[in-house]
Design a protein around this ligand. Sequence first.
Ligand SMILES: [Zn+2]
Length: 289
Amino acid sequence: MQKSAKMLLAVVLFLLCLNVVIWYAASQASHTGVLTVSFLNIGQGDAIYIESPTGQQVLIDGGKNRAVLRELSKMTPWFDRTLDVVIGTHPDLDHIGGLPDVLTRYRVSTVMRSSVHDEEGTDFAAFNKAIETEKNAGANEVVAARGQIIDIGGDAYIQILFPDRDVPLVETNTGSIVTRLVYGDTAFMLTGDSPESIEEYLVRLDGSKLRSTVLKAGHHGSRTSSSPLFVGFVDPEYVVFSRGCDNTYGHPHEEVVELFKRFEIQTFDTCTNRRVTFMSDGNTVTLKK
Ligand SMILES: [Zn+2]
């Protein structure tokens, strides 16, 4: 190799190393003491990416297809192919469809799934197969149960509020894992596609302890969720509709939109707002512009 070529190679290598160092420093600096929660723009479905105050990374649901990978690549440095926790709330395509791709692309430490088994579903089979492969690579598999707490660092944690029993496959939505992400005085209520009956059951169990700053409207803003009683107890400042513009269900339903208007709660929508990201310093939650 000529001397000039060697020099060029050395410069390129140096710049590459510098790039990694800067990315790493930037990613460390950006999460110091701040929790970020992003409702990803993945069309009709849910995919919620969380970065804890210490940089732990959590994904709750993965939308219906590979679109989640494009979104995740914008949230994480290019060299980072790890996630700490992945949660599949229930075995419907618009929640677990993208997770096999996520588990293939990323090394995941803990996979949490619902006790609902959709033995017939091909999406569920693909998700299960991906979990098995990930377990062989060292991942933990956890079946969600009420009372579990996932510590994500920096005093932030995820509470599992539901299911409190094994859920038979009658209606997969009913078995959705309900999580409440807590950081200081702020909290995010994430209910998957839980119907009103479960929301109201949680009101009976937890009452005022449900209070949260941000509520992801259950089931993409369907009228089957967002019971006024539940919304009253959660008492959110902000609500997010995670849904695609082209959904054939009419989500969010008009009466649900009206309910939040009547309660004077500001709403965001992954169709019109694209990706919706909140930042919490433990005292207040702000929207990242
Ligand atoms: Zn759904």
